[in-house]
Design a protein around this ligand. Structure first.
Ligand code: NAI
Ligand code: MG
Length: 392
């Protein structure tokens, strides 16, 4: 039997992860779930939101199903540390970013596929007084470990950093800015990681029958880093004669995704740009309640909804949040471990519930969240799961 490391984390992560496991079990997927400690409680109690024992569990069992964590700004985080850990030099870092970096989970996949009948789907006017609802089916590949989110940044950069940067002629204009008034964030990309993410995008397109791969960058301005993306994509594209390589600029892509989103298939970008494009496309297919993701490295893979811990709903009983993003993330896990048949079965059950339109979480009804949502006709988290299980 498979062993899966279950990492519920904080807030609604603790609500939606058990719902996904219920669906997996109902679909006939048998596994042994081992709990891994992660998140805010462990920051407060141990000064580490990602304890070594959790890293060891994942290193041993390779597959993680993750809910969500709560992150707070540095100062707030330090204040909430338990009293005996105060002033001992503990520094908060996000445990999900930590996992991605520790296990080099460099390939992030974020499918944004519309379910027919979802009231949150993108629509546009058809020019004849009605509207049309093109079914968006885009899959964003995000380089998950480098680029703008690589974490190499400074406020008040050390002298050597300034000296090194001053070898670039464009630094002249900052010559008189005192270091303490200067902040620097870098965007470093490596050929190897760039190759891996673009190759993964093309392989996915080939396997799933997409006719195009779009590199969404900004090579006219970010000549070096976006330039490397585009150059690498052109090299890789030669090996995929049936798949068109398109390139778009990130800003224009944001405009086009509300104009003709259905023409895009697989999209690949650096870390931050893919964060932006994947949220943009997710918004066309239902938003956070539907956005799932996979973080995959050579050895370890972690599957998670893209939403956070939604603290304002964590205490609500019964819960009202949408479990579908988490359940779809579990489906991605099944795909990864060659259990695609069960994944398809679950996705079909979700599609059937949505198309029938009887059971809807609050986010699908455009009503306010909170306890009143149920009185206004929204289902509970558990009822949505039950409806999906009933369709299996
Ligand atoms: P969030 O994703 O938790 O919530 C944003 C909005 O979406 C809220 O209105 C929330 O109620 C709603 N929402 C989220 N998930 C939903 C679901 N499944 N069904 C229905 N509605 C849902 O993001 P926010 O509020 O910016 O951050 C809250 C905490 O989560 C912060 O501490 C943040 O750092 C953390 N976070 C963690 C992430 C992760 O674990 N990967 C990702 C994003 C944020
Ligand atoms: Mg994001």
């Amino acid at each position: 039997m498979r062993t899966i490391v279950s990492l519920p984390g904080d807030g609604i992560g603790k609500t939606v992860l058990p719902e996904a496991i219920r669906v997996l079990e109902a679909a006939g997927f048998e596994a042994n779930y081992l709990h891994g400690d992660i998140g805010w409680d462990f920051w407060i109690k141990e000064g580490n939101a990602l304890p070594q024992r959790t890293i060891d569990l994942l290193a041993e069992h390779k597959i993680g199903l993750f809910g969500a964590i709560t992150s707070k700004p540095k100062d707030e985080a330090t204040k909430e540390l338990s009293s005996e850990l105060q002033d001992k030099g503990y520094v908060y870092f996000s445990p999900i970013v930590g996992l991605r970096q520790h296990f080099n989970l460099d390939i992030c996949t974020r499918p944004c596929k519309a379910f027919k009948g979802n009231p949150l789907n993108f629509i546009r006017k058809d020019g004849k007084g009605g509207y049309e609802e093109p079914l968006v089916d885009a899959v964003v590949f995000r380089q998950n470990t480098e680029g703008m989110y690589g974490g190499i940044e400074w406020t008040n950069p050390p002298a050597q950093v300034r000296e090194a940067l001053e070898t670039h002629p464009k630094m002249k204009k900052f010559k008189d800015v005192p270091s303490e008034e200067m902040a620097i964030s870098t965007r470093i990309v490596s050929k190897n990681a760039t190759y891996r993410i673009i190759k993964a995008a093309f392989e996915y397109a080939k396997k799933h029958g997409y006719s195009n791969v779009t590199v969404c960058e900004k090579p006219n301005v970010l000549r070096e880093t976006s330039g490397m993306f585009l150059q690498t994509a052109r090299e890789i594209a030669k090996d995929y004669p049936g798949i068109d390589l398109w390139d778009t600029n990130i800003d224009a892509q944001m405009m086009w995704l509300t104009k003709n989103p259905e023409v895009y298939g697989v999209i690949v970008s650096e870390n931050m740009f893919a964060d932006i494009t994947s949220d943009g496309f997710a918004g066309l297919v239902g938003g956070l309640g539907f956005a799932c993701s996979a973080n995959v490295g050579d050895e370890v893979a972690v599957f998670e909804p893209t939403h956070g811990s939604a603290p304002k709903y964590q205490e609500l009983n019964p819960s009202i949040v949408n479990p579908i993003a988490m359940i779809l993330s579990a489906c991605m896990m099944l795909d990864h471990i060659d259990e695609s048949e069960k994944a398809e079965k679950i996705r079909k059950a979700i599609a059937a519930v949505i198309e029938e339109g009887k059971v809807k979480t609050y986010d699908m009804m455009k009503i306010r969240g909170g306890a009143s949502a149920i009185d206004n006709g929204a289902c509970t988290t558990q009822q949505m799961t039950d409806a999906i299980i009933a369709k299996l």
